[in-house]
Design a protein around this ligand. Structure first.
Ligand SMILES: *[C@@H]1O[C@H](CO)[C@@H](O)[C@H](O)[C@H]1NC(C)=O
Ligand SMILES: *[C@@H]1O[C@H](CO)[C@@H](O)[C@H](O)[C@H]1NC(C)=O
Ligand SMILES: *[C@@H]1O[C@H](CO)[C@@H](O)[C@H](O)[C@H]1NC(C)=O
Length: 381
């Protein structure tokens, strides 16, 4: 009760005007003490931040800390120690378009697959992917593009920890999705070891183990982009004559958004200043840039490098504008058998094969448990 009264009095300034000088000095000192404590806490936080941002990833990838930095070749080989950067898109695309011109690498380069997740928020199927990646640490890297408002909270032990790239809002069907995909490619290109670039969503799963996927991509002479000439209104009907002379209607192509490209095509995409402005101006809904820009541009520039098919299986059998989503009840032995076995045949390096897809979508978060339960039997990991 007494303390309460005292507090109230001083708050009202009752004892203030007959306060001795020494008390005022004491108050002053206390203020400084408070400020000092505030600063200590702030600097501790900043130290923690620096550890999370720099020191930890460095320890993980066994890279020298900055104070030992040399001007040697390692500066050009090692991936950035963290994915945060302050470049805007113009700067990032410019940086990512740098290409070595000599054929011989002056160091041992182990080519990696960049798995690029174009997601809105969390990755509910992450535990399945963790299992897929396990044991192949030297052979892949991961990049995640989220809504900028979403902050991921993967634990430090997760392969997804700290793999979020600086992102912006991407609206489905609009050019901002292309921007997000180019942002993913550009961030991945900065790591000189990335050789193959796979675009995935949070609803995708791998259908085979990592070694099968790695061999399939690394031994292919083609990149897996679906590219076809669709005469219907939903194909050629979306073409706009104002794209001439860069894009003729006979060159207009359509394909699925979920692509796999090699380093050469990834660079062609980030460096494109010819087709991008045309699509930005003249491919707006009901023209969906994500179904036309990459297929058309790559078909015009490098038709011989394309497999003309994607690697991601989507179930359109239920009809409608959106593919079927598999939930808990759908993931049965039967479905997994069907997904991993029967897709007819396709051409791979000029030979007929029955291994035609490596990934499948769409799977809802509830599918995770049955997927984990069956993964070793059907998916091979
Ligand atoms: C990025 O910054 C540069 C330099 O300030 C500017 O010229 C460019 O327009 C910016 N690009 C974007 C996409 O904001
Ligand atoms: C991956 O799957 C293939 C084919 O199912 C199998 O032959 C191979 O042993 C598996 N590799 C690993 C590392 O599990
Ligand atoms: C691909 O296969 C066809 C027929 O089997 C053959 O005529 C052609 O030369 C092959 N092309 C390459 C590049 O091997």
């Amino acid at each position: 009760m007494g303390t309460l009264e005292q507090g109230k009095d001083s708050a009202n300034g009752v004892i203030n005007h007959n306060k001795p000088l020494s008390l005022k000095i004491l108050q002053f000192l206390l203020l400084f003490l408070g400020l000092g404590i505030g600063f200590s806490i702030l600097s501790m936080c900043m130290l923690r931040f620096a550890q999370v941002q720099n020191v930890l990833p460095m320890v993980q990838s066994r890279i020298q800390p900055c104070y030992q930095e040399t001007n040697g070749i390692e500066n050009w080989i090692r991936p950035p120690s963290n994915l945060h950067h302050s470049m805007n898109d113009t700067e990032l695309l410019w940086r990512a378009s740098f290409v070595p011109q000599r054929k011989n690498w002056p160091f041992k380069r182990t080519p990696k697959i960049a798995f690029m997740f174009l997601a809105r928020g969390p990755l509910p199927l992450a535990p399945l992917w963790e299992r897929f990646f396990k044991g192949n640490e030297e052979l892949y890297s991961i990049y995640i593009h989220n809504l900028p408002s979403y902050k991921s909270d993967f634990p430090a032990s997760s392969v997804f920890h700290g793999r979020q790239i600086p992102s912006q809002v991407a609206e489905w069907g609009k050019m901002s999705v292309i921007d997000a995909e180019r942002r993913l490619l550009a961030n991945a290109l900065v790591d000189i070891s990335n050789e193959w670039f796979v675009l995935l969503s949070e609803a995708c799963i791998p259908l085979h183990n990592f070694s099968v996927v790695y061999r399939y991509l690394s031994e292919s002479r083609h990149s897996f982009v679906g590219v076809f000439d669709d005469p219907r209104p939903v194909g050629r009907g979306r073409y706009n004559k104002k794209m001439l002379p860069e894009v003729k209607i006979s060159q207009w192509r359509k394909g699925s958004q979920w692509f796999e490209v090699n380093r050469k095509l990834a660079i062609d995409i980030v460096k494109d200043e010819v087709y991008y402005p045309k699509f930005k101006l003249f491919c707006k809904p009901a023209c969906y840039a994500d179904e036309h820009y990459f297929p058309t541009m790559l078909h015009i520039q490098s038709p011989h490098l394309l497999a003309n098919r994607g690697l991601t299986l989507v179930d359109w059998s239920r009809g409608g504008a959106h593919p079927a989503t598999f939930g808990k009840a759908d993931v049965t032995d039967q479905l997994l058998k069907k997904l991993t076995e029967g897709h007819g045949t396709c051409v791979y390096n000029n030979q007929t094969t029955s291994l035609c897809v490596l990934f499948a979508r769409k799977f809802s978060p509830s599918a995770l448990d049955p997927l984990l339960k069956h993964s070793s039997k059907y998916l091979g990991f």
